[in-house]
Design a protein. Structure first.
Length: 264
């Protein structure tokens, strides 16, 4: 299968002992491209994933500060993000957004840093990757007010909202990405959304090391397991897994203007 993992945290310490082997398993599973999310441990290391993108031509990265760490952000951090965004292997800004489930940072601070990063992403001409948990209405309102006019779109990462939320994102040029939680028996609501939205706007991801798909649930997730997400959603769409994987890979390449690699 032609697989792309559109969201993985390969710099995280969970991979410290076998990172190279993990990346090889990803390649062996058919992953042609991987987007290593660059939020890392927070503002203290804004280039956390960049070394992996520099080392391998099939890995790209993003820059950004997660809403959990919004309270730690200074102007220096925002300036550093703007600098890192100029790197040729940085293709997205994120993950950024709002998280009302954990509330690790005050909601008003999350909103302020979210807006600041949307402004910087607009200047850098990078699509944004949205993290949203228990905050869909507020998050989408911010995007509609402060991002829609940029015309750059982005990704609604690890989507858990309603079909109405998805359609609001689609109307602003976003792609909707589904992670391993779509394979869980109690996640029919997520599968229902995946069935309804246009095939040419769907992406898949692992969100490694989190959200291992059902066959590996309770274990550390890793990019190679993206095939399980593809199989589950292919069944939902009445497609062969190879056809679904190829469609989502083409979607990723279209969003980011990346050519399909020569894997012959």
């Amino acid at each position: 299968m032609d697989l792309i993992d559109s969201h993985a945290h390969i710099d995280f310490p969970q991979f410290a002992d076998d990172r190279e082997a993990m990346l090889q398993r990803a390649r062996d599973a058919g992953i042609t491209t991987l987007l290593a999310i660059g939020t890392g441990p927070g503002p203290q290391k804004l280039d956390a994933a960049l070394p992996y993108a520099e080392a391998d031509d099939w890995i790209y990265t993003s820059v950004g500060i997660h809403p959990h760490e919004a309270k730690e952000v200074t102007q220096h951090h925002l300036d550093e993000l703007a600098r890192l965004a100029q790197h040729p292997k940085v293709i997205a800004w994120g993950e950024i957004g709002l998280d009302y489930f954990y509330n690790h940072s005050p909601r008003d601070v999350q909103t302020s840093i979210f807006r600041s990063q949307m402004e910087l992403a607009h200047t850098a001409k990078l699509p944004i990757i949205i993290h949203c948990r228990d905050a869909w209405d507020d998050c989408l309102a911010q995007v509609e007010q402060h991002w829609k006019s940029a015309g750059l779109g982005g990704i609604l990462h690890c989507f858990t909202g309603t079909i109405e939320h998805a359609k609001r994102g689609l109307d602003m040029g976003f792609y909707v990405s589904f992670a391993g939680n779509c394979t869980y028996p109690k996640s029919q609501n997520i599968r229902d959304v995946a069935r309804e939205i246009p095939l040419d706007r769907i992406l898949i991801e692992t969100d490694s090391p989190y959200l291992a798909p059902q066959p590996y649930r309770g274990k550390r997730n890793e990019p190679a397991y993206i095939a399980e997400v593809a199989k589950t959603l292919a069944a939902v769409r009445n497609l062969a897994p190879e056809e679904f994987a190829s469609a989502t890979a083409a979607n990723f390449r279209r969003l980011f203007g990346i050519a399909r690699p020569d894997v012959s």
